[in-house]
Design a protein around this ligand. Structure first.
Ligand SMILES: [Zn+2]
Length: 128
């Protein structure tokens, strides 16, 4: 799902997209000529790899993510942006699929330890 930046509505508008078993839904609206916000919820199952044994397994994700989308280079102002994920778009297009894809990629790049390895870790600790 793509929308031209200048066509992003001023009132909060609902959206919903899916990627495999992950649902990405929420609202988006324009807050200035160069800025839009997306309040999204991402939930579903995401496949990750254990960093110890390499085993793939599914994790349940249920995350609220607030995005601030800038049409062009974002210049921070006095707003409190700590809770926001900043996205800069270069082609004046708001691309929800792309945002979801990059969020899933950042989930994948985190470290995960599967239950079996966690148990083994505990066992080793008990031995000392
Ligand atoms: Zn493991």
């Amino acid at each position: 799902m793509k929308i031209e930046f200048r066509k992003v509505p001023l009132q909060e508008t609902e959206f919903e997209i899916n990627s495999n078993s992950v649902k990405f839904l929420g609202t988006f609206s324009k807050i200035s000529s160069k800025l839009a916000k997306i309040n999204a919820n991402m939930n579903g199952l995401c496949q990750v790899d254990c960093c110890k044994c390499g085993q793939s397994y599914d994790i349940n994700i249920d995350e609220k993510i607030n995005f601030l989308v800038s049409d062009g280079i974002y210049s921070p102002d006095s707003r409190d942006d700590e809770e926001l994920v900043i996205i800069e778009v270069e082609d004046h297009m708001l691309d929800f699929d792309d945002i979801l894809r990059s969020e899933l990629e950042s989930l994948h790049s985190e470290y995960y330890v599967c239950d079996t390895c966690k148990k083994n870790d505990n066992y080793v600790e008990l031995e000392y």
